[in-house]
Design a protein around this ligand. Structure first.
Ligand code: ASN
Ligand code: ZN
Ligand code: CA
Length: 333
């Protein structure tokens, strides 16, 4: 049958009504993003293996906003993947996770009451559970971008997923999870430095992680210490998430898009932020041209400073801010 790229409509769980790029094949529409490397979204229908079934149907409207309609979370996942693709293309000039223009794929409705999402290098795909009661799918933009960014990290720095490099790997996913959400700028997603604030993972409406002060989650660390490499990578990510917040927004109290942040420094000295647009360029350049599989916190400082020197010069305010932000999380002085 003939195929055409189409503009569909997604009624998502978390982002309201959004445009989706789809494919029409004969009289059937399916969730294949013909404008973004044919990224596809599949239905595992609560199973836990295989690729599942490509979402398809007689019309180009997907979901109704309720998680009980299996197309709704699919619309979120398809949208999140498209935004993440557009973010890396438009902001960083990278076409797809491998930089080769080839899309990955998403699988939604993994298992029953499964409260996680994950990237897999072996399938080059992302997988999403439906959350507790199958009522809180893990398909918000920041989570989708977090998982897809694990693919980017694997295909660039290759940061080992343990020790300090594991924390930097996790932080890279949180950092770009946040920046993609800011990039989205639709009425439902105005952007924040919180991860997973929409998926109610704690059952009380609190986010999974906080970048301004990571210890607010009860487990993540605000600052580096000798031995941080032996804790869970989702907690040793804290100092790098905190660094990124400080570098972007500066220390102290600030309200952005209605969320109030309070970011202290471990040395008690103030940090003047340089803005998210510069901070994300520094982290991306460091990730893709400086970091290696064994980069630790000291190496992340060196790598981000090298990237900043190349982008803005070593005498720049940006260079000083990177030094100050690392000092603010107890890495270097
Ligand atoms: N959602 C988790 C992550 O992306 C999954 C995991 O820990 N494997 O880090
Ligand atoms: Zn992760
Ligand atoms: Ca968020």
């Amino acid at each position: 049958a003939w195929e055409a790229i189409e503009n569909g409509t997604g009624n998502t769980v978390y982002s309201g009504t959004v445009d989706l790029t789809t494919t029409q094949s004969g009289s059937t529409y399916n969730l294949t993003d013909g404008a973004r490397g044919n990224h596809k979204t599949y239905n595992l229908n609560r199973g836990t293996s295989g690729t599942g079934t490509l979402f398809s149907g007689p019309d180009d409207v997907w979901g109704n906003g309720s998680p009980s309609n299996l197309e709704s979370a699919a619309a979120d996942a398809h949208y999140g993947a498209a935004l993440t693709w557009d973010y890396y293309k438009n902001v960083h000039g990278r076409s797809g996770i491998r930089g080769d223009g080839v899309g990955a794929y998403s699988r939604v409705h993994y298992g029953n009451n499964y409260v996680n999402a994950f990237w897999s290098d072996s399938c080059f795909c992302m997988t999403y559970g439906d959350g507790s009661g199958n009522a809180n799918p893990l398909t918000s933009i920041d989570v989708a971008a977090h998982e897809m960014t694990h693919g980017l990290t694997s295909n660039t720095a290759g940061l080992n997923y343990s020790g300090e490099s594991g924390g930097l790997n996790e932080a890279t996913s949180d950092i770009f999870g946040a920046t993609v959400e800011f990039f989205a700028k639709n009425s439902s997603d105005v952007g924040d430095y919180l991860i997973g604030e929409e998926i109610d993972i704690n059952g009380d409406g609190t986010p999974l992680r906080y970048m301004d002060k990571p210890s607010k989650d009860g487990s993540s660390k605000d600052a580096w210490y000798s031995g941080i490499g032996s804790i869970d990578v989702h907690y040793s990510s804290g100092p790098a998430n905190h660094f990124f917040y400080l570098l972007s927004e500066g220390s102290g109290t600030k309200t952005i898009n209605g969320v109030t942040y309070d970011s202290p420094t471990s040395d008690g000295l103030p940090v003047t932020g340089i803005g998210r647009d510069k901070a994300e360029k520094i982290w991306f350049r460091a990730l893709t041209t400086k970091f290696t599989s064994t980069t630790n916190y000291a190496g992340a400082r060196t790598g981000t400073l090298a990237a900043t020197g190349e982008l803005y010069g070593t005498d720049s305010a940006e260079y000083k801010a990177v030094q100050d932000a690392w000092a603010g999380v107890n890495v270097g002085t």
